[in-house]
Design a protein around this ligand. Structure first.
Ligand code: PMP
Length: 440
């Protein structure tokens, strides 16, 4: 009997024993190809010796120093690294231990920013349906994932939700991609006017949706329009890149491909690639100086913020990616994976959509390709695919989200950036067979 309170206590999980490259092995020696990166975390795969060396060196130096007493060199160096490569306005980095913490920090910072400016009514947030910003109670309230929210209602705040810009389901027949993007971005203006712009502090969204729908990028022009609307009404734009950031879509920051700069950008997962828990919030100089020149103190903090070993690990991860030009690999291998998925599954009558960016690829399964009718939710197809894939030695990240009240079955692939031709073949072969078996 286990004494661990597993989040799904009925699930029988194998015991992870070791990892090597893109593979994890359980205690029976069974091999699993990590095509999900856990949950888009393990971008270097497992047991990277450069990262291990950097962590050991840091532990031998100083393993923990509280941020209330000391700064530390890896934290300073990591902040430099992130800022030098970030959109021009993002100049300050606030470190935390994970994605939800980074989102909580962003929500609180947005509120404090307006408080310092004397705009005390600006307390509300707007976000998008089908979004996930974390599981802590504030981040949960800011997200639009009904399934995760329902058990905890009423949440601490109510957040108006706009469309997620999901081309496959929302673009009207005959509408151009551009018009579609402008139309759905316009929902932000409508939501602002309904809420009263003077009551809103920020709009939060994922530049490429991850955990609820599986790698859904917005269409061209959408984010430029979002930025314009935020500027017009004096609202901050928070980009949640916890899942899609740190190179996963082929650029270090996903917003680079949208040619917009958010006021706050949060990241986690791939930042430390699973070697240590870490998250970060990048902040514009304008917000930072408003706080410094106002009360002088951000009323927020966590015990492990800027943990020296976590920062040393993340710095080693990010240097490894850069030194080995892994962002080029993400773009190249991502295109190869998308092509292989399309050729293996493109004609499957239950595969509605295959989309994504870089090594962040998603598939939506449907009951009927013509009508886009979702699969019957009671069949729990996504869960069956996960189990069958694990049995076949493949980790993929399936999800049953809610699309305007309807369930939808999606599969997310987010393999390590180090995958080769053989790994792509193995992913597509195994996933193709599993999908044929479960829904075919
Ligand atoms: N934001 C996004 C976009 C995420 O995908 C996640 C995690 N899936 C989070 C926030 C929360 O991150 P964490 O699980 O590290 O708290």
């Amino acid at each position: 009997m286990t004494h661990v309170f597993h989040r799904n206590p009925r699930a029988e999980l194998p015991v992870a024993a070791r990892g090597e490259g893109p593979y994890i092995y359980d205690t029976s020696g069974k091999q699993y190809l990590d095509a999900s990166g856990g949950a888009a975390v393990s971008c270097l795969g497992h047991s990277n010796s450069s990262v291990a060396k950097a962590m050991k060196q840091q532990i031998d130096g100083i393993s923990f120093s509280h941020s209330g007493f000391f700064t530390n060199q890896p934290m300073e160096d990591l902040a430099d690294f992130l800022v030098k490569r970030a959109p021009a306005n993002l100049d300050r980095v606030y470190f935390v231990s994970g994605g939800s913490e980074a989102v909580e920090a962003a929500l609180k910072l947005a509120r404090q920013y307006f408080l310092e400016k004397g705009e005390t009514s600006r307390t509300r947030f707007i976000s998008r349906r089908q979004s996930y910003h974390g599981n802590t109670i504030g981040a949960l309230a800011a997200g639009g994932n009904q399934w995760r929210r329902e058990p905890y209602a009423p949440l601490l705040m109510s957040v108006p939700l706009i469309s997620p810009c999901y081309e496959y389901r929302e673009k009207k027949n005959g509408e151009t991609e551009w018009d579609f993007g402008q139309r759905v971005a316009g929902e932000l203006e409508t939501a602002l006017l309904d809420t009263g712009p003077e009551n809103v502090c920020a709009f939060i969204c994922e530049p490429v949706v991850g955990a609820t729908m599986g790698a859904v990028p917005a269409v061209k022009g959408y984010f430029k329009r979002i930025r314009e609307i935020c500027d017009q009404y004096g609202v901050l734009f928070i980009a949640d890149e916890v899942m899609c950031g740190m190179g996963r879509t082929g650029s270090l920051y996903a917003v680079e491909q949208e040619d917009v700069a958010p006021d706050i950008l949060v990241t986690a997962k791939g930042l430390g690639a699973g070697y240590q828990p870490i998250g970060a919030m990048l902040v514009s100089e304008g917000i930072f100086t408003t706080i410094v020149n106002g009360s002088g103190f951000f009323q927020h903090g966590h015990t492990y913020m800027g943990h020296p070993v976590a920062c040393a690990a993340a710095l080693a991860v990010q240097h490894y990616i850069e030194d080995n030009d892994l962002l080029s690999s993400v773009r190249h291998r991502g295109a190869q994976l998308a092509e292989a998925l399309t050729s293996r599954l493109g004609n499957n009558p239950f595969v509605g959509d295959i989309r994504g960016r870089g090594l962040f690829q998603g598939i939506e399964l449907v009951a009927d390709r013509m009508t886009k009718e979702p699969l019957d939710p009671s069949l729990k197809i996504h869960a069956k695919i996960k189990s069958a894939a694990m049995a076949a030695g493949l980790m993929c990240y399936p999800m049953g989200g809610t699309i305007d009240g309807q369930r939808g079955d999606h599969i997310l692939l987010a393999p390590p950036f180090i995958i080769n031709d053989g790994h792509i073949e193995e992913i597509v072969d195994k996933l193709g067979t599993v999908i044929d078996e479960i829904v075919g």
